[in-house]
Design a protein around this ligand. Structure first.
Ligand code: BGC
Length: 746
């Protein structure tokens, strides 16, 4: 084990070596290191044994190989990988250990595929349920996102692969994704959008951060001195590598003179990148100092030492591995813990398999593969077990399992298969690449055109769906009448949950609501289940007795699904985001500052997700932190003790009073009683997942630190924890508060 002082000495030695290397590198060589030399790699300096950095997407597995200089899949047969649960699924486990394991799997697979950096995790805060990329992100709550991001990053990086935390910062919408300007006040940035990134950097020790596409307060994130120099490097002490999102750098001088180290893009004219020839020319003319390049190279080399790409430890670099049985086992465990039982009246679930002779399964998501969609999160999965296969594998051949589509899903048209990166290149084939590539307006125009076409196509699809559904509905309803059990598996897919565009509403697509209503009329006991990446309205929810929600849960989805349906696994996932009754209840619907082009103002400040629902006294369909179990838990004996200055130690007991083993996620919220400034009613500050055998109880001890009581004072530019009384709320969800106490902060 390296002692702290040794580590310091070692660091000093490495810094010296870095300076020596910088002294040896020519300007051309240095410049080749700070921009893409392939769509997923930077240039190497063979002469000095410095290889390029090799990147890969993304959060749900290591993406398939692309051609080196074209946005075209290489078409290999050796790049299928383990398909991990999405970050939205992972966050629903509320289990930092599972986050660590998923990070470990992703890191090992990335290294196994020869990558240096995996472009994950995505930790943006979910501001609106309509954001197309929410399925890739964790939560609406900064504490939950931060506490899961940290172990995830550690898991990745113990494989000698860099985690690249994205997208810094406040990448809250896909509409106008390349250019939208977001007006955000400092308090909101520091309390909502920064904490997960700060924890990722300071506690997770992420080696890399990806600058987002959007602007914040007028400046592009990748050219933003406030964001990158003052906050990330200055206040948080980040000394790793900042890379741009692909195509997020717009101007040479601005990007050169702020702490953005590597410019990546989607275009093949690598020498024309802003940090390539244009930068060299500006340096030669004396307009930009060479030291700006040295600073970037320094950060890149430091990361390379950490990854053991160069330096004395080079021969000890981990080799990684992909597609191992251990990875699949860990993926299954996370999938099991990620599914959320939203409703379960009269113990409708679990089903007793031995009593089912005929099972009717209805809905397209029962038999759909999701791993190959979503944008940059798409992967070539080694396999993906859909719910229908999971159910059949579980039940075996003696049970009759009948499957009905129930509703029509139009074929993925070219417009839906929208990947702006690839499309940009398509469009440029016959044009002057040099000119068009550098034309921001052109890129934005194409993005806008793509969006218009997509919306028009959606309208056409609706008519097709309506026509085809007539028959499909009738078949499903008829079949449902005569079965021992009926399971509906609907929801969303990556034609809807996707990079590049936002959802236009929060409704279930393909007329699923009408079908569910009709099915519930004939089968009150139908189990309603969903796979999706973001909340949907469930207008029929009072009629249904059992509702199970799964995010995109990875290659073992079907197995985890069957185990939960038949009770081998007791569900323990809880919502990491609010499920509103209707979109109109959301803050972004009320202020209209979402999904518009040009500029948005985050007028709601801190009040998004449950903070908004609390303040407006709106009851959502299913609140933040909600999730049921097949057993019951009671809470008792809350004690609060002030410790070490302003820390507060919380103790209470949780008991499993039901008949099955199960896990409860206990949540602690702080509610300031008479705050001096405007503050949310309550905020999540601690949680724990406790597994208990029937009849057993356990004492839970959690500590609230002084900073957990603090708010960001914009004038003083620091966090302040005011003295006074704070209510400490302990509960099973943000609405189901079981214990209360008061902590007096001196
Ligand atoms: C996405 C990033 C992704 C990158 C490389 C961008 O369009 O926003 O999340 O890592 O492409 O594929």
């Amino acid at each position: 084990m390296i002692m702290k002082t040794d580590a310091k000495k070692n660091n000093k030695k490495i810094e010296k070596e870095i300076e020596k290397l910088i002294g040896k590198l020519t300007l051309d060589e240095k410049i080749s290191m700070i921009h893409g030399a392939g769509i997923f790699r930077t240039g190497e300096v063979e002469r000095l044994g410095i290889p390029g950095v090799v990147f890969s997407d993304g959060p749900m597995g290591v993406r398939a190989e692309f051609m080196r200089d074209r946005w075209i899949p290489a078409g290999n047969h050796d790049d299928n990988v383990s398909y991990l649960p999405s970050n939205s699924a992972l966050a629903s486990t509320w289990n930092p250990y599972r986050a660590y394991e998923m990070g470990h799997v992703l890191g090992a697979e990335a290294r196994g595929r020869g990558k240096d950096m995996i472009l994950a995790p995505g930790i943006n805060i979910k501001r609106s349920p309509l954001c197309g990329r929410n399925f890739e992100y964790m939560s609406e709550d900064p504490n939950l996102a931060a506490t899961l991001a940290v172990p995830f990053i550690k898991g990745v990086q113990e494989n000698d692969v860099a985690a690249c935390v994205k997208h810094f910062a406040a990448n809250v919408q896909e509409t106008d994704r390349l250019m939208v300007d977001e007006e955000i006040d400092d308090r909101t940035l520091y309390e909502i959008y920064f904490p997960a990134f700060k924890a990722a950097v300071q506690e997770g020790k992420a080696y890399s951060v990806m600058g987002a596409y959007n602007k914040i307060n007028g400046d592009y994130c990748c050219e933003n001195k406030n964001l990158l120099d003052l906050v990330l490097r200055g206040e948080w002490g980040f000394d790793g590598t900042v890379i741009s999102d692909w195509g997020a750098v717009h101007r040479t001088k601005e990007a050169a003179e702020c702490s953005m180290d590597i410019e990546m893009s989607v275009f093949p004219d690598f020498d024309e990148y802003k940090l390539a020839n244009p930068l060299k020319e500006a340096i030669m003319k004396g307009e930009i100092s060479e030291e700006t390049v040295n600073a970037k190279v320094r950060n890149i080399l430091r990361m390379m030492y950490r990854l053991k790409v160069i330096g004395k430890e080079k021969n000890d670099r981990k080799a990684g591995s992909y597609n191992t049985p251990e990875h699949r086992e860990m993926i299954l465990r996370t999938a099991e813990e990620s599914m959320i039982l939203l409703k379960n009246e009269k113990q409708t679930l679990p089903l007793n398999a031995s009593k089912i002779k005929k099972l009717v399964v209805i809905g397209q998501n029962a038999a759909k593969i999701h791993s190959d969609g979503g944008g940059s999160a798409e992967i070539k999965a080694l396999y993906e077990i859909c719910p229908l296969m999971g159910l059949k594998m579980y039940l075996g051949g003696n049970t009759q399992v009948e499957y009905y589509k129930g509703y029509h899903v139009p074929n993925k048209s070219k417009t839906f298969d929208h990947n702006w990166q690839a499309d940009s290149l398509d469009d440029l084939k016959d044009t002057d690449i040099g000119k068009a590539v550098r034309d921001e307006e052109h890129m934005n125009e194409m993005h806008r055109k793509g969006e218009e076409e997509r919306l028009a196509q959606m309208e056409k699809d609706k008519a097709e769906v309506h026509e085809k559904n007539k028959v499909l509905f009738a078949q499903a309803i008829e079949a449902a009448k005569d079965a021992d059990a009926v399971i509906f598996v609907g929801g969303l897919n990556h034609d809807i949950d996707s990079e590049g565009f936002d959802r236009s509403d929060m409704k279930l697509p393909y007329e699923q609501d009408a079908l569910i209503e009709a099915l519930l009329d004939v089968r009150k006991d139908m189990i309603v289940t969903f796979i999706g990446g973001s909340p949907v309205e469930m207008p029929w929810r009072n009629k249904a007795s059992a509702i199970l929600w799964s995010y995109y849960a990875g290659m073992e989805t079907g197995n985890a699904f069957a185990e939960i349906i038949f009770g081998d696994v007791n569900p323990s996932g809880k919502l990491a985001e609010t499920f509103p009754k209707k979109y109109e209840d959301c803050v972004t619907a009320k202020n209209g500052q979402f999904g518009v082009w040009g500029k948005i103002t985050l007028e709601e400040g801190l009040y998004l997700g449950y903070r908004h629902f609390d303040r407006e006294r709106i009851t959502p369909a299913f609140c933040f932190g909600h999730g049921l179990s097949y057993t019951e838990f009671t809470y008792s004996g809350l004690t609060l003790k002030a410790e070490k200055g302003k820390d507060v130690k919380i103790n209470f007991t949780v008991k499993n009073t039901g008949k099955r083993i199960g896990s409860e996620i206990v949540q602690v919220y702080i509610a300031p009683i008479a705050p001096k400034v405007d503050r949310p009613d309550k905020e999540l500050k601690a949680y724990s997942k406790v597994e208990l055998a029937p009849g057993k109880s356990r004492k839970v001890s959690l500590t609230l630190r002084q900073e957990d009581f603090a708010y960001f004072d914009e004038h003083l530019h620091e966090f302040i924890a005011d003295a006074g009384d704070y209510e400490i709320l302990v509960g099973a969800s943000c609405e189901d508060i079981r214990l209360k106490g008061i902590a007096a902060l001196a």
